[in-house]
Design a protein around this ligand. Sequence first.
Ligand code: SAM
Length: 265
Amino acid sequence: MNDTALRLNRLRWDELAGMHGEDSVYRASAVVAGESSLGPIETDLLGDVRGVRILHLQCHIGLDTISLARLGAEVTGVDFSETAVEKARAFAAAAGVAADFVVADAQDLPESLANRFDIVFASHGVFHWIADADAWMRGVARCLAPGGRLVVVDFHNLYLMLGSADPIRLDLPYATRKPLVVDAPNDYATGQSLSRSKGIWSMRSPVQIANTAITAGLSVRQIAENFSHHHRGKDFMEHDGREYRVTADGVALPITFTLIAERTR
Ligand SMILES: C[S@@+](CC[C@H](N)C(=O)[O-])C[C@H]1O[C@@H](n2cnc3c(N)ncnc32)[C@H](O)[C@@H]1O
């Protein structure tokens, strides 16, 4: 199943990456011109990145990678979509920013990346695309230098489940034993319809993801549930002047979770 999931998801992401850039989610021209695409949740967790070696997993079209490089980090972005990586390289060149990009499956990272990084960073659309989270975490543990940290800001499974907030409708299970076919016919950034409408998702709770980090030998330092600074996809997200929130039946639900885990030896 993992091979099928990988193939179908890669085709879908090639199509999405081809569409992304000049849209309200990515705003590539603004980032190329100097704006940062990173929100305060990410920058607070990452801290001062000057001279820090960062592996940016699932970097998509490279806008966060470029923003990190501008803050002084030495960044390598990884994505399995060649289309995404081609765009990322073109945006980095247009921005005059030095960053390396590698095309690779995040569940099977190349040996050339091993033991090299102070931080592995991944955000906003990571784990539900990953059929084998244990392989993903083992790769992270291998690529971190001793003392290095994994920093994740990803969508909470509760948020991914929600089809509607008022009334509450849950379209997906809380967690899956096997990957699941999800039909999402429109691009979350441009609204355009996709020829590759199906994606293969794996649903996991933040606790399950933290456990995969522990199983891979990492020490979990922090885990939290948060709102979000980014609008991605769901029209029932509301902006309160500072951040996006989702309220269902009067109760505010988490949109993202954050995880910090360290390679101690
Ligand atoms: C929602 S995007 C991540 C967004 C990105 N962090 C950003 O802020 O622009 C998800 C990315 O994960 C990549 N991806 C999905 N599965 C992957 C895998 N197995 N290996 C590497 N990249 C993968 C997709 O190509 C896509 O670029």
